[in-house]
Design a protein. Structure first.
Length: 464
């Protein structure tokens, strides 16, 4: 199997993600924030672009592609995500080939190409697909560095780690995991001191070269050294959490982890397990899993929010093990049926099932919210209240009031009045405007299972 197989799998990954991007009509909820940062870059307002909560590389790449191509910003964001899916597929193939061999690497790359979660995060305006591509590249280079100990490999890892960090703060995990492995190998005598310092030197120098200026910038803004403005890992006042809080956080974090991996891929990976001490490649994966678990537990305890998107790096690095599990299942079934040719047929059928599942479905409620916002756009609202940031984006509003899902009609009217907001987009089962005399329904979009309302806050006597 030559390069043609790899190119074919990468083409499959890009095609699947391209189709998903084309059919998905709803922008990712954080997408408008990225596009706002892109516009600040295009306007030359770099200070504002670097002051947001999101790390800047995704917006910089979108702005660069827009400048070169002239395409709309949303299209540029989707194109970059789709392309990152192709890069991630190639990197996962390289990692799996180094750890498991060619045949397993091919199957792992195809599984990654059609994995529903991996397709979803690389087909919209968001940073996850780009970040994932960098981290998988970093994991592959780290595995090579542990075998070769070359300074140049350390430099390449530093570049990738710096770029991953400029996309999302978790990108620094590449350097953390590699550093732990290098220390362990040095302590055990597997590598010499010069091996250790060559890789570490190349890594540290290039990480600081790429990530240092951004760290300095946000630290100057926050009057103290920090790695990100998105979430705090260490609170200002450090207190030990109660056992109940730790238990609740663990429950949420592991649940999101299972959702990210999906049940089928997780079961296949478990079938790859062999009794005895874990192999070096298994320990390499577990080190990423462990570091992410510690980080996400800290985030959950501090901010109270972790989603399945935060688990996508360990979920992606698990896929080669899922490929091994799939091979064993197919082989066992063919042996039981005494049909040697059954194994490839079963694998193809499972891959087709994953492929079908990866095709996105536009939820009727989301489409109705978008259509309601587009209708409201004709009224040129400056501010809009809604459950999602994209409500304001589609309505063309400059500001958005985040609704938390707990408002009554009266409290909604009070919040809108206090914020100087005239319009809101809500679900009919969420708010009954008849409970607040100052709220009027000015538009209604029906969908399967309910309706979306456009509400206007009016003073007494101004009703329709």
């Amino acid at each position: 199997m030559g390069r043609g197989i790899v190119f074919g799998i990468v083409a499959l990954a890009i095609t699947v993600r391209g189709y998903a991007a084309w059919t998905d009509e709803i922008i990712f909820n954080d997408g408008p924030l990225f596009l706002e940062t892109v516009q600040q870059i295009l306007d030359g307002n770099l200070g504002a672009a670097l002051s947001g909560i999101f790390h800047p590389l995704t917006a910089i790449l979108i702005a660069g592609l827009h400048w070169v191509s002239g395409w709309e910003l949303e299209i540029c964001g989707k194109v970059l995500s789709v392309a990152s899916g192709g890069l991630a597929t190639a990197a996962l193939f390289a990692l799996a080939r180094a750890q498991f061999g060619q045949a397993t690497a091919v199957l792992a790359a195809v599984l990654f190409a059609v994995h529903p979660r991996m397709v979803a995060i690389a087909s919209n305006v968001q940073s996850d697909g780009i970040h994932l591509a960098f981290v998988i590249c970093g994991a592959w280079l780290s595995w090579r560095a542990l075998e070769t100990g070359r300074f140049l490999t350390g430099v390449m890892i530093g570049i990738v780690c710096g770029l991953a960090y400029l996309t999302r703060p978790e990108g620094l995990v590449i350097g953390v995991v590699l550093g732990l492995w290098l220390l362990a190998d040095w302590y055990s005598g597997r590598i010499e001191a010069r091996h250790f310092w060559r890789v570490v030197g190349g890594l540290v120098v290039t990480v600081m070269l790429f990530g240092g200026p951004y760290i300095w910038k946000i630290s100057q803004q926050d009057d103290g050294w920090t790695l990100t403005r998105k979430k705090e890992l260490v609170p200002a006042e450090l207190t030990l959490p109660t056992l109940d809080r730790v238990g609740a956080a663990f429950s949420e974090v592991q649940k999101d982890g299972r959702r990210a991996a999906t049940t089928a891929f997780l079961l296949l990976a478990l079938l790859a397990w062999r009794p005895g001490w874990p192999s070096r490649r298994t320990r390499f994966f577990l080190s990423y899993l462990g570091v992410f678990f510690v980080v996400l537990m800290a985030v959950q305890l501090e901010s109270g929010y972790v989603s399945r998107r935060h688990w996508l790096v360990p979920a992606a690095l698990m896929i080669p093990f899922s490929a091994v599990g799939l091979q064993r299942v197919a082989k066992k079934c063919s042996e039981l049926a005494r049909m040697p040719r059954l194994a490839p047929v079963l694998m193809v059928m499972m891959l087709l099932g994953f492929l079908i599942e990866s095709v996105p479905e536009n939820e009727p409620k989301k489409l109705a919210r978008r259509d309601a916002a587009l209708w409201l756009r004709r009224l040129h609202p400056e501010r809009v209240a809604g459950r999602r940031l994209r409500d304001a984006y589609y309505a063309g509003a400059a500001e958005h009031l985040q609704l938390n899902g707990e408002e009554t009609a009266d409290t909604l009217a009070i919040r809108m009045n206090g914020a100087g907001i005239r319009y809101a987009i809500v679900d009919d089962e969420y708010i009954d405007p008849r409970e607040a005399p100052m709220l009027y329904v000015i538009h209604r979009i029906e969908h399967e299972g309910g309706a979306v309302l456009v509400l206007e806050l009016q003073s007494d006597g101004d009703g329709p």
